[in-house]
Design a protein. Sequence first.
Length: 376
Amino acid sequence: MSINIVPVETKADLLKFIKSQWYFYRNDPNFVPPIVADRMKLLNREKNPFFTHARAQEFLAYDDGQIVGRISAIINDNHNKTHNDKLGFFGFFESINNQDVANQLLRTAENWLKERGMQAMRGPIDLSMNDDIGLLIDGFDLPPVIMMKYNPPYYIDLMQNYGLEETMLLYAYRLMMKNYASEKMLRMQNIIRQRYHVTIENLNFKDKSKLRKDIQTIKDIYNQAWEKNWGFVKATEAEFDYIVDDLIQIADPNLVLIARVKGDIAGFALALPDINQALIYNKSGSLIGAAFHLFTKKKKITRVRIITLGVLEEFRKTGLDAVLYYEIAERARKRGVTEGEASWILSTNEMMNKALQTTMNGEIYKKYMIYEKIID
C-alpha cells in the first residue's frame, strides 16, 4: 500500500471526513449512521464552544485515492489546566483492518500533539469527556445506544499493537424494566425518602423562566458532583448551554429529575430515549431522514439510556442515588419502556457499580476502554 495522510483543511474536506465513516461500516448491521449535520456542527470551530479553549486537527488516510482511515488530534487546554498535565487526545478514529494504516494515523496524531508540547496521548475521545468516548472491547452483538461508541473488534489489536496501553475501563449496564426493582431497592428507596424527606421534581419545558433556573441548578450539580471524577473537566457556561440545546430537543422532561433533601438541592438524573433505535434506519445520515424515521418509528423506541446521575458530595452516603435510579426507571416503565442502559460507568466507581448490580439487577453487557501512550 502507498498510504498518504492528508490534513483536513476545508469544509469539503470535513464533509469527506464525516461521510467516510460509512465506508468502514457498509456491511455492519449494527452501525447507526450519525446525522451528518450534527457532526458538522460538532466539528465547527465557530459553532462549538469547546474550541474556545481547545484545538484540533483532523486527518484522512488515502490509498490510491480511496479513504482508508481517519483520526483527529485534540488539545483541550481546560483539561490540562484542571489536571496540571500536558495531555493530548485522539478521536474519531476509523481504519481498515491494516496495522500500517492505523500506525500511520496514530503516529500522525501523536506527532501533531508532540509539536505542540504534549507529553502523552489519550483516546479515543471525540472531542471531550462530554462527547462519545472509549473503544468498544466487549459487546459487539448489539447496536450502540444514543451517544455511545461502536467499532469493529479488530480495532482493539490496532490500538494495542501501536503501543497504546489500557488506562480506564468503562461499563455499560443493561437494565430490564420487568425486574429492575429488587425487594431490597423497594425497601431502601422508601426508607431513604422518609428518613431524608426526599422530594423529586422533573423539568417543566413549558415554564421557560423555571426551566432556565432548573438548568442552571443541574449545571451547578453537574460541575460539583463530578469534580473529582477521573478525567473530568468543568463545562463552561457556553459549553453547557450548547449541550443542553442539543439534548433538550430529544429529552423527555419527565426523565430529567432534580432531587431535594429537606428542600435542599441534592442531585439530579437524566435519561434519554434511545433514538438510535429509529436512526439505525436512516442510512444516509440526512437531517430530513432522521426526522422522518423518528416520527414514523416512535413505537420502536423502547429503551432509554440513563446518561448521567449526580449526587452532591454531602448527600452521597444517604442512598439518594438509589432513589433516583428507582424513580427514573419507574417513570420510564410507565411510558412503555422495556429496558434501559446505564452508561458509561467508570470501573473504579465502586459505589455506583454496587448500586447497579445489587439494587437494580443490572448486568454489565458492554465494556469500553480508554487508552494512553507516552509521547516518544
